[in-house]
Structure formats: structure tokens, C-alpha cells
Design a protein around this ligand. Sequence first.
Ligand code: HEC
Length: 218
Amino acid sequence: MKKLVWMFSLLLAMPFAAQSAGGPAIELEPAENNLRDQNSLQRGAVLFSNYCMACHSLKYMRYNRIARDIGWSDEEVVAKMAYGMNSVVDDVETRMLPGVGMDVLGTEPPDLSLMARLKGTDYIYTFLRSYYQDGQGKWNNHALEGTSMPNVLEGIERHASSEDYAQAARDISNFLEYVGEPAKMKRMDLGWKVIAFLLVLLLLTYILKKEYWRDIKH
Ligand code: HEC
């Protein structure tokens, strides 16, 4: 029994150990995003199209899936995210031509479909907001020192209030969390129903067991 308790606590601790081993050097700001906030997801999708798709793809997503999940029609998603240039069944591909990233930035921008799963939503939020200018006025980032990604939200930071700037980063992070696991809300809604069903089943089987053993001496 003792051994079992040990093994169980080790299993519980494992994800935390894994996360702390590969984590970023700085403390992450909580994104405080909300996957149920459909307006935020829609704003995030538009911001993603305007500020990120010049370099990044979401190659595991199609436009029509996004439309269905965040409350747009097929026409709307193509108009708002692809300037009417793609078909709804297309994957969400970057507008950058192959090889340009390497030539201009020295590296290919990664696909962001699973980035929120890999690094966490708080990381994306923090990363977008951690740009600073060093002594020579060169941009760098506290979350990823020496990064070759430019400070793409600089314009918003400069011209909007700090709340609106934070909200823009939050909406983009929210959208990328949704993209990382499109069925997450369904899973969470279904989860408690399954648990409730199992509890009812437990009660019924317990009553049944009582009934079976009633006449047997034990
Ligand atoms: C001009 C091209 C460009 C644009 C526009 C751009 N990125 Fe990037 N991004 C890059 C490159 C290049 C990298 C790889 C950075 C590196 O490894 O140093 C990157 C990496 C990332 C990473 C991974 C960071 C890590 O820790 O590995 C995230 C997350 C990210 N970008 C999010 C975004 C978001 C969100 C936007 C839009 C708001 C955006 N990017 C816009 C070029 C771009």
C-alpha cells in the first residue's frame, strides 16, 4: 500500500517536474484569457491574421473549422482572416513564400498550431509583451533572448492604451489556445457529465451488490 501511495504521488508530480525543467528564464504573466469568450476569440483571429500570418501558419487548422467553432459564417472567416483570397477548406497557411524567412530573419518562423500546447498560453502572452530595446536601440525579448522575431505588436503598444495592448495580446493568446485544442470546451463540458454518470452507476452497482449478498451469510 505504501508503495502504491508513493508511485501515485510520483505520477502526480511528474508533469510539474517536466514543466519546470524546460521552462523559460523569466516569470510568466498569467494571460487570464477565457476560451468561452467568443468575442475575444474572434478579435484574436483577426489580430492573428493581421499581425502574425505574414510569417506564421496554423497548418493543422482549416478556415471552416475556425468559422464553425468561433461563431462566424464561411464567408465571414474568409473575409476577416484571408482578405477573401482563400477558400474555406484551405489550411491556414502563412502568406510568406518558402525560403523568405531564412533569407530575411535567419530562421523559418515555426508553425503555431500547437505552440500553446508546447509552451503554454501564459508563455505566448508574456513573450508578446516582453520586448525591450537594449542600449543600442536594438529589440530583444526577455522571454527569448536574441530572438529573430521582431516586436510585431509595437504599433499597438505605442498607439493604444496599456489595457488595450494587454487585451490584444490576451485575445491572440486565447485564439492560439483554442487552435491548440479546438475540442477543449467540448471536452470540459462533457467531462463532468461523464463523472456524474459514473457516480450514479457506482450507486446503482452498490445497491445491486447489497441485493445479491442479502441472503448469503458472510
Ligand atoms: C516577421 C515575421 C514574424 C511575425 C510577423 C511574427 N512572428 Fe512569431 N516568430 C518569428 C520567428 C522568425 C520566430 C522564431 C524565433 C526564434 O526562434 O528566435 C518566431 C517565433 C514565435 C513563437 C515561438 C517563440 C518560442 O519561444 O520559440 C511564438 C509563440 C510566436 N512567434 C508568436 C507570434 C505571434 C502570436 C505573432 C503575431 C502577433 C507573431 N509571432 C508574428 C517571426 C514572426
